[in-house]
Write a protein that binds this ligand. Structure first.
Ligand code: HEC
Ligand code: HEC
Ligand code: HEC
Ligand code: HEC
Ligand code: HEC
Length: 398
């Protein structure tokens, strides 16, 4: 109950953040003591609200808004980010994008704006970030269920459901299967385009086959939710809730390899040789990287020999896979351009490239669900290996 009170308080405070601070000064100062469990503000009459014009900037009580500074330093408040400015030229954020890229769009999706929940009903205005009232409103208080693009539903996710509603990607095994249905595995199909699962789909990675965001090969079994030692199973156990930074000091308590953010990638508990290098000092993230590299090489070899057109990957440039015009194996500036996007997809190549992108665009995959990530990479390598000399070698599929 206290949690709900606090969340409502946060929502009010956030209205002020949204409104620029000044106008709602009085409700703001009323909320701060409640958040610290002080007597309800009604018991002590609130001082008369100063007229906005009379309040100097410096006295704005943002320090009294719980977690304001944390949130303000987070990527969710990064006004200049591409994720919040991509639609500026169009003037509105389309229905398909608004849920995760704006506060009004997320509220629309939840139904917190009075519209039906479960879908975005209208394009959202540009110019917002993800503010307090995106995550704190009358709908998120109750939100514990998440529907993934595959149609899979995850119940009882607690407050993580908020995070997972956005960090879930936009594609799944189903959309890939639909695109390649009835096509021959190794025939170049000019109508196929790359399918981009999207970015930082941490929630879908964490749940593995319960969310089915990866391309799962028929006949293989896949890991479900990553079973880490409690309580580090939740988004906000490993990430600080409002800065969303990884709490690496907590990790260091059990993982001797960790001393700073960069060394998270050195975490290793399992003795299993996932990448076949027989190097016991490698971090789990490094093992995932090696399997990613092996898959990218297999994708390159397959494209050259089976599709008949060399391919290159560019981490930053949409849609990521391009024709390697000069065959140097590098995405040169003049190659990494939309008109030169790769168009010689066979179903087999598309599935492997889809999985490569899913794991690559979740830099935390090694901590969110290393087993699922490695399974997807390994199965993609093995599948390409039915046509070209590629395989797992000494690497062990988890
Ligand atoms: C299910 C939620 C979701 C939907 C729907 C969604 N996105 Fe995103 N998008 C994200 C997340 C999460 C990120 C954050 C990536 C990061 O942190 O770099 C992102 C990042 C981006 C970025 C920034 C990429 C970069 O490299 O900085 C662009 C551009 C983008 N999305 C475009 C779109 C477009 C266009 C649509 C609609 C067609 C869309 N997104 C729909 C969740 C979503
Ligand atoms: C990206 C989503 C997100 C945003 C944005 C966000 N919060 Fe939160 N906040 C959460 C989650 C998740 C929790 C934890 C809820 C839980 O575990 O029950 C939380 C908890 C809280 C709590 C309760 C803390 C406690 O100890 O129980 C307060 C107060 C709060 N947020 C205020 C704010 C304010 C003020 C802002 C804006 C400045 C804000 N939040 C922005 C997601 C968010
Ligand atoms: C309304 C959609 C939405 C919700 C809810 C949301 N996020 Fe995000 N998140 C985004 C977008 C969009 C970005 C990219 C912002 C940017 O590029 O600055 C992002 C960025 C991030 C990043 C940084 C990624 C990077 O590229 O550096 C982390 C970490 C993160 N979110 C974690 C969380 C956690 C944890 C929660 C739940 C407490 C959460 N997010 C809730 C949409 C959301
Ligand atoms: C076991 C701990 C753990 C859990 C649980 C966890 N994360 Fe992460 N997350 C990490 C680590 C470690 C990284 C990698 C950070 C790095 O390399 O800087 C990461 C990275 C990320 C990133 C990319 C950040 C970036 O800098 O690009 C996002 C977004 C993210 N996590 C969101 C989430 C969400 C949403 C959840 C819940 C569905 C979640 N995480 C659960 C540990 C965790
Ligand atoms: C209370 C102790 C404890 C804390 C704190 C802890 N872990 Fe772990 N972690 C474990 C144990 C035990 C394992 C191995 C067994 C398992 O997977 O549950 C493990 C396994 C892992 C693995 C898989 C390693 C491998 O080689 O298979 C990763 C990645 C990981 N933890 C990341 C994190 C991150 C990131 C944090 C901090 C946010 C963290 N852990 C905090 C105890 C902890």
């Amino acid at each position: 109950m206290i949690r709900q009170e606090i969340r409502r308080g946060a929502a009010l405070a956030a209205t002020s953040v949204l409104a620029g601070g000044l106008v709602l000064l009085a409700p703001l100062s009323g909320i701060a003591p409640r958040a610290q469990n002080a007597p309800a503000p009604a018991a002590t009459p609130a001082p008369a609200a100063p007229t906005p014009a009379a309040v100097p900037e410096a006295s704005l009580p943002f320090t009294a808004v719980p977690f304001y500074a944390d949130w303000a330093s987070s990527p969710h408040a990064r006004r200049g980010a591409e994720a919040f400015n991509h639609w500026n030229a169009a003037g509105v954020i389309p229905v398909e994008c608004a849920k995760c890229h704006s506060t009004p769009g997320f509220q629309d999706f939840l139904g917190a704006d009075g519209s039906p929940g479960g879908a975005v009903d209208r394009p959202a205005p540009i110019g917002t970030v993800i503010t307090c009232v995106a995550c704190h409103n009358n709908k998120t208080v109750e939100l514990t269920t998440v529907v993934f693009p595959s149609g899979q539903v995850a119940i009882n996710q607690g407050a993580d459901a908020i995070c997972m509603t956005c960090h879930q990607g936009v594609e799944s095994v189903n959309s890939v299967n639909k695109a390649v249905a009835a096509l021959a595995d190794d025939t170049v199909e000019p109508k196929l385009e790359f399918i981009n699962v999207h970015y930082r789909a941490a929630g879908a990675m964490l749940l593995g086959t319960q969310a089915k965001a990866g391309y799962e090969y028929p006949g293989k079994t896949y890991a479900g939710r990553f079973q880490h030692q409690a309580p580090y199973t939740r988004c906000t156990a490993c990430h600080e809730t409002h800065t969303v930074a990884v709490k690496f000091k907590d990790c260091a308590g059990c993982h001797r390899q960790v001393s700073d953010k960069a060394s998270l990638r050195k975490i290793r508990v399992s003795a299993i040789d996932y990448d076949g290098t027989a190097n016991a000092d490698e971090g789990l993230a490094e093992q995932v990287d090696h399997q990613r590299a092996a898959l990218l090489k297999a994708i390159g070899d397959y494209a050259k020999t089976v599709s008949g057109k060399p391919i290159v990957y560019d981490l930053e440039e949409f849609p990521y896979f391009f024709v390697d015009l000069n065959g140097n194996g590098i995405a040169d500036k003049d190659e990494a351009k939309f008109p030169n996007r790769y168009k010689s997809w066979t179903p087999r190549l598309l599935k492997a490239a889809y999985n490569y992108q899913f794991v690559t665009k979740d830099p935390g995959a090694f901590a969110h669900n290393p087993l699922y990530a490695l399974q997807l990479l390994d199965d993609s390598i093995a599948d390409l290996g039915t046509k070209i000399p590629a395989g797992l070698g000494a690497a062990k599929r988890p």
